[in-house]
Design a protein. Structure first.
Length: 478
């Protein structure tokens, strides 16, 4: 089936590219229309024309459209979840969890239409009433990655729309169908033409077209640091508002007083589920010396039980890498790891033979005795490769954890309340977990990192409105 682009309320065709299943590259999940710079320009113009009417609709009415989108996604839940597993590779239960989250995000922001609180403050002057209203910013470009192909488009589209903006969505080329399904739901929900536009295609070409599109007032981007910097440089020249959510090198600190079994489970879950392809995944386990050897042994034992395979099959824990490029990166870093600190304690190979030959499967891999300046301890890999680092004590663990330029998520495993609070106040990351996996966030609270991981206001929860709306301040004498 061909999945067309969506511009000004019309499905638009053109040359296509294959969207293939990374668990079985013989399977074409769909053919996506490859959009051009001209498509982005047309989408931006359509969004500009639609802005006036959409932005002046009462926000609760915009909310009603978003409730309809959620209901449509809910009706197609099984089909959309299966599409995601087939295009991205994550297991079906993981895909279902993500689609459920996307639906909840639409409902959450639909409700925001009935709040949309501004600010009211008492004036120092007699009989002056003053307040600040929220207003939309205009046409917004949304550029999304492949690893959460439904939730990330949802957590950008829903707040953008409820605030009254019109949008141009550019999904990742390796997993564009999940976002397409949301756009289809927007169409079926009757969102007026031009409000939502969708153009799939090459990031380089379409990214340049987005920053060149005059009507665009803002871009929200999630993806790699390199592309984020590229976009930031160009968008800021035009004084566009920009939000960047980028890479991580997330630590899990494991202290000697932790609940050992759950610390092992949390570390394995955060490092390997979704094939290590979560931006909040753990890629460094920083373990206190007193339990280091025992912990590494337990990690290896638990990891050995993980089943790697086609995520559509029941009982599979870990799907494939998303594409050949990500597989190559994983294998390249495994070789770097071998050179830096010897054989991994487990894993270290591409999986081959039988059905494995048709996909991009790699063994979950653990390197032990990694030191903090090695490349596998500093650079984002974005695959199922864990570096375990020894720390002499809590202070040493905190120092190592903070000694990287990225700061997205971090976790601590401990039963000591004082250490928990030390961690909360001193850890340089935007998303913290305590006695939970480093990955696994919810949409009701702000999401985003610090340091080189992020730029601009946070996403999700009430914080999302800060990027997608502006204030208009009014002083009124009565
Ligand atoms: P990516 O290569 O940076 O791509 C992200 C998006 O940007 C895709 O839609 C891509 O299109 C597009 N793009 C590529 N070049 C562009 C350009 N010059 N201008 C504008 N857009 C361009 O990232 P990815 O490989 O999809 O995702 C993995 C990365 O995302 C990891 O670094 C991960 O940490 C990060 N991530 C961060 C978060 C977070 O919230 N912090 C969440 C998820 C993922 P094409 O697909 O067509 O190239």
């Amino acid at each position: 089936m061909v999945f067309q682009n969506y511009i000004n309320g019309e499905w638009v065709s053109g040359p296509t590219f294959d969207n293939r299943n990374p668990a079985n590259t013989d399977e074409v999940v769909g053919q996506m229309v490859k959009g051009s710079a001209a498509d982005i320009a047309a989408a931006a113009d359509a969004a500009d024309k639609a802005f006036g009417a959409w932005s002046t609709l009462p926000a609760p009415t915009r909310g009603n459209y978003l409730y309809k989108v959620a209901d449509i996604l809910d009706r197609k839940f099984d089909e959309i979840s299966a599409d995601m597993t087939r295009e991205e590779g994550k297991t079906l239960p993981e895909a279902k969890g993500e689609v459920r989250r996307a639906i909840n995000i639409f409902r959450y922001f639909a409700g925001e239409g009935s709040r949309m609180f501004g600010i009211q403050a008492p004036s120092e002057r007699d009989r002056v009433h003053m307040f600040a209203l929220r207003k939309p910013i205009g046409v917004v470009g949304l550029v999304t990655p492949w690893n959460f192909p439904s939730a990330i488009p949802a957590w950008k589209m829903a707040p953008a729309l409820i605030c009254g903006n019109t949008i141009v969505v550019k999904p990742a080329s390796v997993a564009p169908l999940s976002a397409w399904r949301i756009v289809e739901a927007c169409h079926e929900a009757g969102i007026p033409k031009g409000v939502v536009n969708y153009v799939a295609g090459s990031g380089g070409e379409l990214g340049q077209a987005l920053v060149d599109a005059k009507p665009l007032k803002a871009i929200s981007f999630t993806g790699s640091c390199g592309v984020g910097e590229w976009l930031h440089e160009r968008a800021s020249k035009r004084r566009m508002r920009i939000q960047l959510e980028m890479g991580g090198k997330n630590p899990t600190i494991v202290l000697a007083d932790c609940d050992f079994k759950s610390a092992v489970e949390n570390t394995v879950n955060a490092s390997f589920f979704s094939t290590g392809q979560k931006c909040t995944a753990t890629s460094r386990a920083i373990v206190e010396d007193a339990i280091y050897d025992k912990f590494v042994e337990a990690l290896v034992e638990r990891t050995a039980k993980l089943k790697v395979g086609d995520g559509m099959q029941p009982g599979i824990d870990i799907g494939p890498a998303v594409d050949q490029g990500q597989l190559d990166t994983d294998l390249e870093y495994i070789e770097i790891g071998r050179k830096e600190c010897g054989e991994p304690r487990i894993g270290g190979n591409r999986l081959t033979g039988g059905a494995y030959d048709k996909g991009y499967f790699v063994e979950p891999t653990i390197f032990a005795d990694v030191t903090e300046n090695m490349r596998i301890a500093r650079e984002e890999i974005f695959g199922p490769v864990l570096a375990v680092i020894r720390a002499s004590d809590f202070e040493d663990a905190m120092r190592i954890a903070n000694n990287v330029p990225l700061g997205l998520s971090a976790s601590v495993q401990t039963t000591n309340v004082s250490r928990v609070f030390e961690f909360i106040y001193r850890m340089e990351a935007g998303l913290l977990t305590v006695n939970l996996p480093s990955a696994g966030v919810e949409y009701q609270l702000p999401f985003g990192g610090t340091k080189d991981s992020s730029f601009g206001p946070k996403e999700q929860g009430p914080a999302a409105l800060e990027f997608y709306s502006d204030y208009k301040t009014v002083y009124l004498k009565y």
